[in-house]
Ligand binder design. Structure first.
Ligand SMILES: Nc1ncnc2c1ncn2[C@@H]1O[C@H](COP(=O)(O)OP(=O)(O)O)[C@@H](O)[C@H]1O
Ligand SMILES: Cc1cn([C@H]2C[C@H](O)[C@@H](COP(=O)(O)O)O2)c(=O)[nH]c1=O
Length: 296
């Protein structure tokens, strides 16, 4: 613990009235200086200051961040939790899988924030993207990236978290697809990539295991039709085939992008009954193989 850390900590406790805006502002400068001089407590100062003024709500998760030994921002007290990301094509059965595991005690599930993508302050970026990907792809994907980051950084309350997709697949599958298919202008792709690289280089995104629900694109098309989301009615089989190939290159062939965690592949073309059976068969691999996380 540094001298500066001790001084500010004592001030925080003994003089709460110092949480005036001007004091907060000057603490930010202290924080900035600490960071500039390589002091890992900088983030602590900054977040302590933020948490005591009107910006509290907007930066609530920042109050829990500090620097790791690698110099990345990391959420405090979440290190021993297990994070599993369930990946797969559109309508492959990810939500259904999460619903099944949500009945298990000690597991919390986080589904994709699709409702936000369909309604942000009265706008529907998901629908707009499907209508005109070249115009609205950047809009949707910027928002997807933000909401996925928010999901990754949200407080984990159970020993195990299962979440649907990740900030990685949003970039490696969907942004990549828009760009490669010529539907995303190069400048949009460059800006999104800069954001993505900054986030992943500066913030620890905890992922311990990827469960890949491997389906045929044809199965996904059938399930997509049953689910019948209005925005997705325009999705043809070819789109699902491209998404499938991007997933296969990333998680099976391992030839495209960095894989942030070990991958467990589950064949997911079977009917619901057989899938539930498969989930039970794989339960140990998903959770128990990480039991060392609980022996602390
Ligand atoms: N194994 C399965 N067999 C048949 N239908 C399924 C199966 N798993 C999911 N579904 C149905 O397919 C649709 C898409 O499933 P969902 O879990 O929402 O997929 P995702 O979250 O991957 O998009 C839903 O209507 C769901 O009830
Ligand atoms: C992550 C992500 C998703 N989308 C689209 C693809 C689908 O239409 C929905 C998500 O539905 P799913 O049933 O969970 O697959 O959102 C996208 O366009 N871009 C993305 O990054």
């Amino acid at each position: 613990m540094t001298f500066a850390y001790l001084c500010v900590n004592i001030l925080c406790r003994s003089a709460p009235q110092l949480y005036s805006h001007s004091a907060v502002t000057s603490w930010r400068l202290v924080a900035f200086r600490c960071k500039a001089f390589g002091d890992r407590t900088g983030a602590f100062f900054r977040t302590r200051a933020y948490s005591n003024n009107s910006e509290t709500k907007k930066s609530s998760y920042l109050t829990m961040l500090s620097y790791s030994s690698q110099g990345k921002l990391v959420r405090n007290g979440q290190e021993k939790k297990l994070v599993i990301c369930v990946e797969g094509n559109i309508a492959s059965g990810k939500t259904t899988c999460l619903e099944y595991f949500s009945k298990t005690s000690n597991i919390e599930v986080l589904t994709e924030p699709v409702s936000k993508w369909r309604n942000v302050r009265g706008h529907n970026p998901l629908g707009l993207m499907y209508q005109d990907p070249a115009r609205w792809g950047i809009t949707l994907q910027t928002y997807v990236q933000l909401t996925m980051l928010d999901r990754h950084l949200s407080t984990i309350s159970a020993p195990v978290r299962m979440m649907e997709r990740s900030i990685y697949s949003a970039k490696y599958i969907f942004v990549e697809n828009l760009y490669r298919s010529g539907k995303m202008p190069e400048v949009d792709f460059a800006v999104l990539s800069e954001w993505f690289e900054w986030i992943t280089q500066n913030i620890t995104i905890p992922v311990d295991l990827i469960v890949y629900l491997q389906t045929s694109p044809q199965t996904c098309l059938e399930r997509l039709k049953v689910r019948c989301r209005e925005e997705e009615k325009v999705i043809p089989l070819e789109y699902l085939e491209v998404v499938h190939q991007l997933y296969e290159d990333w998680l099976i062939k391992k030839t495209s992008f960095h894989i942030p965690a070990p991958v467990l592949v589950i064949s997911a073309d079977d009917d619901m009954q057989k899938m539930l059976h498969q989930y039970e068969e794989n339960r140990e691999k998903i959770i128990a193989c990480h039991s060392s996380y609980f022996v602390i």
